[in-house]
Design a protein around this ligand. Structure first.
Ligand SMILES: [Zn+2]
Length: 412
């Protein structure tokens, strides 16, 4: 067993704070939506830091950045880490950024210690994780995993009316490497938890074993418009009333299923949405999540039965359409075990956990052995300017990442 290599907690924290100045907002957060001027400035800063740390920089066709710390054996597939630098409109300084800068801290710490690994180490910035300025979200990692076409990403229109290809050219991040051409030995993404569990349990490291699956159902309930004053209560076909009953019924089903099930109803469209007309038509989304695919299918069937029953009893039409599906992901056992063993060896309290949110690592897991390291964030708060984390926790996550990657990069 080798002695552990130190990460520099103050340097990691300063990098996070410096990056937080790029696209800074008045309440302490930042806004760097993908391929905006602020995102370009953040990328430029990261690239400069990586070059100063001796990395070679490459971009691919969708603007994913690969900063490579060369290894002794250039034929070996890179051991990779990273996350995203783009943000939500009212973001904090840590979501995504931490995973990228923890990767940079790994490189800097190896430089300080004068260690050369056998395999190269890549720090990756995935383009447009958040999907705010254009879609799809997780664009860069989806292209890398081959689930979304480069052409589809290039032709996407941004909120500013430009195409993504135009923005890639304008920002200087249109590379010529085909996404996915570069194969990784493994990929490990460090991230703040964005939830309250680690803080509540008093643990420093979350060993992420899986990411829950997500399904969206679009429900359309059709009744009949009618006069609010003249239509007796027993002669109405009120699509909103039926939808409200559906929401209550299906939330009860989700709550009674098990403690993993998550159901959210949103994006209601009520027609004609007038104060004096009985609503004749309502559409809404059911966002259903669970770590097990069979459970999603089972809950879906129950929800549909309940909603169809309510519609039928009230003489209403109903259509239910599946509009999005993200299957659950189970991370590679060898990577999960290595992260847990490393945290234990370094003496960091840890627990296995599930990721409730989607991450780039979900996509990379399709094509390379992949895992994630979570660290606590204050009050579980994320996608909020007040997002915060303890410097010591962030350093512990980076330290676990460093030791885990180095072990991997040395093994032949
Ligand atoms: Zn993120």
């Amino acid at each position: 067993m080798s002695a552990s290599i130190a990460v520099n907690e103050a340097r990691l924290w300063k990098s996070l704070m410096d990056m937080g100045q790029v696209g800074a907002l008045p309440n302490g957060g930042c806004c760097r939506t993908a391929l905006s001027a602020a995102d370009k400035a953040g990328r430029d800063l990261f690239v400069r830091w990586c070059r100063e740390a001796g990395c070679k920089i490459a971009f691919d066709l969708v603007g994913n950045i690969y900063a490579t710390r060369p290894g002794r054996d250039p034929a070996r597939a890179p051991v990779a880490t990273g996350s995203h630098l783009d943000t939500q409109p009212h973001a904090g300084k840590f979501d995504g950024i931490y995973g990228v800068l923890a990767g940079l801290e790994v490189v800097r710490a190896l430089n300080d210690a004068g260690i050369e690994t056998d395999a190269p180490i890549d720090v990756v910035v995935w383009t447009n994780e958040e999907g705010v300025r254009f879609g799809p979200p997780l664009a860069g990692s989806s292209a890398y995993a081959g689930t979304v076409d480069v052409g589809k990403i290039h032709s996407a229109i941004t909120l500013d009316g430009t195409t993504v290809r135009q923005d890639l050219e304008a920002t200087g991040y249109l590379g010529d490497e085909s996404p996915g051409a570069r194969r990784f030995d493994c990929f490990v993404e460090a991230h703040i938890e964005q939830g309250p569990i680690l803080e509540a349990e008093g643990k420093t490291i979350g060993v992420v074993t899986r990411v829950q699956g997500l399904r969206w159902l679009k429900v359309t309930v059709t009744g009949m418009d009618g006069h609010a004053g003249t239509t007796p209560m027993d002669r109405r076909r009120d699509a909103l009333l039926a939808s409200a009953e559906m929401v209550v019924a299906i939330n009860r089903i989700a709550r009674e299923t098990d403690h993993w099930a998550r159901l959210t109803n949103g994006r209601f469209e009520v027609e004609p949405n007038s104060g004096a007309t009985i609503p004749g038509r309502v559409t809404f989304i059911c966002d259903l999540r669970h770590p097990e695919h069979v459970a999603i299918d089972a809950i879906d069937a129950e929800l549909q039965e309940a909603m169809r029953g309510i519609a039928q009893r009230q003489g209403l039409g109903i259509e239910i359409e599946r509009v999005m599906e993200k299957p659950p992901v189970r991370f590679a056992g060898e990577i999960v075990d290595a992260i847990r063993a490393t945290a234990n060896r370094l003496g960091y309290s840890n627990m296995d956990m599930l990721s409730g949110a989607g991450h780039d690592a979900m996509n990379v897991a399709r094509v390379a052995p992949t895992g994630m390291i979570f660290v606590p964030c204050k009050d579980g708060l994320s996608h909020n300017e007040a997002e915060s984390a303890e410097p010591g926790h962030l350093a512990a996550g980076a330290h676990t990442l460093l030791e885990m990657l180095v072990a991997r990069a040395r093994t032949t």
